[in-house]
Design a protein. Structure first.
Length: 256
């Protein structure tokens, strides 16, 4: 497909040399900005490249910051979405590597909450954070465990002590995930919808965390037994059933 208007700068991924940049002409400003963000010119290919050992997240930030500088002076920029795809996570020999997928950032998910009105929709967003394979909670736990293993490789007393401390933190993250699962289940069965005259979420002040009241078991039981957009209302409910609160299921990701 031929573009009607070629961009001033284009970023992409070379199959062998990594993240690359191409410019429409040889203006010194373009070279200056790319050099500032560690792109180096390759005469043979007439392209700019980041060093081959540049970490993935560093490369994404370099492209984003250079793009912003170009756009701030009115230049047009195009970027291949493939730049955002992270490399697979290494695994021991004989074990298939887990292919990392680009997920929505917490910033994007937080912004999505501002457009939602139904409790069940908020539960769907929270479920993305708790996804077993690509949710941010599980990924954070795995990251901390991997950082602990890195400390163990130092083979020093300080390294082993810090590794154990990080594993304790990973346990706290796992506990946090279990608590979020409970909250997600509560939201999923609540039929509540914000009224049309409710103020925008951005106008609702966030309370200091120590002032947020805890959810009672009675409130959880009411939410669990209420009718839901995803579940028809029960025809009859015994007094014993009303007193019961659904127990949060064990997270299949947790192994400790």
């Amino acid at each position: 497909m031929k573009l009607h208007l070629e961009p001033d700068v284009a970023f992409g991924v070379h199959p062998d040399l990594g993240v690359a940049a191409a410019v429409a002409d040889d203006r010194p400003f373009l070279d200056e900005v790319l050099g500032k963000h560690h792109f180096r010119y390759n005469n043979a290919l007439d392209l700019y490249f980041l060093p081959g050992d540049t970490p993935h997240n560093t490369a994404v930030r370099a492209v984003a910051r250079a793009s912003r500088e170009f756009q701030d002076v009115g230049l047009s920029v195009a970027a291949d979405p493939g730049i955002m795809l992270p490399p697979p996570i290494p695994a021991p020999d004989g074990v298939p590597g887990r292919q990392a997928l680009p997920g929505q950032s917490l910033t994007a998910l937080t912004g999505e909450l501002h457009e939602l009105r139904r409790s069940a929709d908020v539960a769907d967003v929270l479920e993305q954070i708790l996804d077993e394979h690509h949710g941010v909670v599980g990924d954070l736990e795995e990251f901390i465990d991997t950082a602990a293993a890195w400390c163990d490789r130092l083979d020093t007393a300080n390294g082993r002590e810090l590794g154990q401390h990080l594993r304790t933190i990973a346990h706290h993250v796992a506990f946090l995930g279990d608590q979020l699962v409970t909250a997600q289940l509560d939201l999923a069965v609540m039929p509540d919808v914000t009224p049309d005259n409710a103020p925008p979420l951005a106008d609702v002040p966030l309370l200091p965390r120590h002032e947020i009241p805890s959810v009672t078991h009675t409130a959880r039981a009411r939410a669990a037994l209420a009718s839901s957009p995803n579940r028809p209302a029960a025809q009859s409910t015994s007094q014993d059933e009303t007193a019961r609160s659904p127990a949060p299921p064990s997270n299949p990701r947790r192994t400790r």
